[in-house]
Design a protein around this ligand. Sequence first.
Ligand SMILES: *[C@@H]1O[C@H](CO)[C@@H](O)[C@H](O)[C@H]1NC(C)=O
Ligand SMILES: *[C@@H]1O[C@H](CO)[C@@H](O)[C@H](O)[C@H]1NC(C)=O
Ligand SMILES: *[C@@H]1O[C@H](CO)[C@@H](O)[C@H](O)[C@H]1NC(C)=O
Ligand SMILES: *[C@@H]1O[C@H](CO)[C@@H](O)[C@H](O)[C@H]1NC(C)=O
Ligand SMILES: *[C@@H]1O[C@H](CO)[C@@H](O)[C@H](O)[C@H]1NC(C)=O
Ligand SMILES: *[C@@H]1O[C@H](CO)[C@@H](O)[C@H](O)[C@H]1NC(C)=O
Ligand SMILES: *[C@@H]1O[C@H](CO)[C@@H](O)[C@H](O)[C@H]1NC(C)=O
Ligand SMILES: *[C@@H]1O[C@H](CO)[C@@H](O)[C@H](O)[C@H]1NC(C)=O
Length: 442
Amino acid sequence: MKLKTWLASVLLLTVAMLTATLGAFVGVNIGTDVSDLPSASNIVDILQANQITHVRLYDANAHLLQALSNTSIEVIVGVTNEEVLRIGESPSAAATWINKNVVAYVPSTNITGIAVGSEVLSTIPNVAPVLVPAMNSLHKALVAANLNFRVKVSTPQSMDIIPKPFPPSTATFNSSWNSTIYQLLQFLKNTNSSYMLNAYPYYGYTKGDGIFPIEYALFRPLPSVKQIVDPNTLFHYNSMFDAMVDATYYSIEALNFNNIPIVVTETGWPSFGGANEPDATEENAELYINNMIQRVMNDSGPPSQPNIAINTYIYELFNEDKRNGPVSEKNWGIFYTNGSTVYPLSFGASDQITGNSSGVFCVAKDGADTDKLQSGLSWACGQGGANCAAIQPGQPCYLPNNVKSHASYAYNDYYQRKHSSGGTCDFDGTATITTKDPSKSI
Ligand SMILES: *[C@@H]1O[C@H](CO)[C@@H](O)[C@H](O)[C@H]1NC(C)=O
Ligand SMILES: *[C@@H]1O[C@H](CO)[C@@H](O)[C@H](O)[C@H]1NC(C)=O
Ligand SMILES: *[C@@H]1O[C@H](CO)[C@@H](O)[C@H](O)[C@H]1NC(C)=O
Ligand SMILES: *[C@@H]1O[C@H](CO)[C@@H](O)[C@H](O)[C@H]1NC(C)=O
Ligand SMILES: *[C@@H]1O[C@H](CO)[C@@H](O)[C@H](O)[C@H]1NC(C)=O
Ligand SMILES: *[C@@H]1O[C@H](CO)[C@@H](O)[C@H](O)[C@H]1NC(C)=O
Ligand SMILES: *[C@@H]1O[C@H](CO)[C@@H](O)[C@H](O)[C@H]1NC(C)=O
Ligand SMILES: *[C@@H]1O[C@H](CO)[C@@H](O)[C@H](O)[C@H]1NC(C)=O
């Protein structure tokens, strides 16, 4: 390689690394319609074990808000659709809501956003007239609490309010919503808040009647004969995700607003569906989520706004088996409740590969019989094939020097090596699965 080219690429790499440190994030939505929902502190363990830095809640669940305190995980709390009407009609209800669900938790819990309702315009259009008034009252209550610079108010909207999202350059909001959306954009602009978008290529693809290839929905390379190009701008769209975000930027621009960033508050792909939902498969979900993370973490924006990164929240943490609707509706989760991933998953940077079941550890049970622990320890380090070098005298994990800590180390080493080939976390009843990283608790 010529020196000049080499220098140029070093420079490029350095620039890329710099922007990456300030860069985009991928967070996760936490829906709780789950029959065996883990405790709030176990949920937080799963988030931390997987270096998840941003979450959105659909309500203001007190247990979760408490458990998220002192973690530095950034939190968007939700005003439920049921609450929007009352808050929209009563500023004092808004103030009460803020005091109870935000003021009571900050700064320990890093609440940085409030999502007012969920897809209000498309799901409860009768409430639309009070949506922006509700947001205004919540914002005023934040001002009164001197939290308006820390906590931003917005409202997630569905792509359904943009009737023709392709080509992006000609997309506009459904004009029956002009006045509501105008007020909304004015509010977002005045408060330096983002437009919250729920963007689902899964639905764009499955409802598209074969107009778009599945590769386009899954961020896969498109054959040269199937390039997706906006005829007006000549922008090439590598993914439907980018096209949806751009359609929203153009719709905002059509109402003469600019510089309102978009955050994708929901996107995902179901890993399982009913007989009439052939695209809801583990393979597709794995491709979609991993490719989406790669896409977002490259820090670029969509073609029309290349410098505005697309911060994104995955829908969703767990499969919500208690939700109504088609089978796929219960299968959007990326984790099982025991902390294993539903499919191999890698969050962003390559040093944060989470593999297919990290976040789960095998450790000695509290109060287990010492003799049994000793036998389990000997077995794990012997026949079991665990690497017990680190717990030998003078080695990093020798201290604390007791049977229980050494057994925990050996059990977990054995389990991480062997469980994919059938090794269990039992050791004569002295071992248990946990989502707490034992190396951090000793
Ligand atoms: C968070 O940290 C603060 C200050 O250290 C402490 O007072 C508080 O109890 C902690 N909260 C939780 C839930 O651990
Ligand atoms: C909370 O999140 C904000 C925004 O990312 C960050 O600047 C701040 O350091 C976080 N606060 C804590 C206590 O972690
Ligand atoms: C626009 O919204 C109105 C009110 O919800 C609805 O009746 C109409 O069908 C929508 N138009 C399009 C093109 O989707
Ligand atoms: C809605 O806004 C668009 C873009 O400004 C405009 O073209 C359209 O005429 C408006 N529709 C109504 C019903 O006001
Ligand atoms: C919005 O941002 C501008 C420029 O950064 C700043 O001057 C203004 O105070 C901010 N307003 C609010 C409500 O955050
Ligand atoms: C980032 O993603 C965009 C959209 O897919 C793509 O056009 C661009 O080339 C990517 N940039 C890098 C550095 O990979
Ligand atoms: C976690 O639960 C899933 C689904 O029930 C199961 O397939 C998986 O084996 C479990 N993982 C562990 C480590 O127990
Ligand atoms: C899970 O991880 C193990 C160990 O890294 C690996 O051997 C196995 O192939 C992985 N399973 C899947 C489904 O990727």
